[in-house]
Design a binder for this molecule. Structure first.
Ligand code: HEM
Length: 134
């Protein structure tokens, strides 16, 4: 959500895509998720461009070391299928169901991206955003 709020044009594209596929006013349900975004190779690795994944053979299943958020090989994440289903469902729901903006009059580019070290990575400062039902 932080990357989406930081890049409102990407959020608008994702929202438009969800409206096109799911339909305005329709709920995001798990069965519709397979029709959304794919994975691919990218240039410019530091920019948040989810569309770079569209139309590519590369996925997150540990078959290509360019993209291994779940690890690879024998010790890779055993719950990848559950995590993917839930991630897409939750993110799809959040984008499709609400209008989002950064809280307190801040601009998207004011979002603070530094991370806090720990067993899992946390944002050093929490993302504060407000949403209105679509
Ligand atoms: C977006 C969500 C998730 C991400 C990005 C993720 C990522 C990872 C990564 C990178 C590893 C280490 C793989 C390696 O060492 O090569 C791992 C291991 C593991 N994950 Fe996940 N994971 C996610 C969700 C989950 C969920 C939902 C569960 C359980 C319900 C889960 C259970 C495990 C377990 C048990 C291991 C240890 C596997 C082993 O050491 O043999 N993960 N995960």
């Amino acid at each position: 959500m932080a990357e989406l709020l930081y890049n409102p044009e990407v959020l608008s594209k994702a929202k438009a895509k969800l409206e096109q596929i799911i339909g305005k006013g329709n709920a995001v349900v798990e069965s519709g998720i397979d029709r959304l975004l794919d994975a691919s190779i990218w240039e410019n690795p530091n920019s948040f461009k989810p569309e770079r994944f569209m139309g590519s053979e590369i996925d997150v299943k540990g078959r290509n070391f360019k993209l291994i958020p779940f690890g690879a090989g024998r010790r890779m994440c055993p719950r990848l299928p559950l995590a993917l289903r839930m991630l897409r469902l939750m993110l799809g729901l959040l984008i499709h169901t609400f209008h989002w903006k950064v809280e307190g009059g801040f601009k998207p580019k004011d979002i603070y991206f530094e991370e806090k070290f720990g067993l899992t990575l946390h944002k050093a400062k929490p993302l504060r955003a407000i949403s209105n039902m679509v």
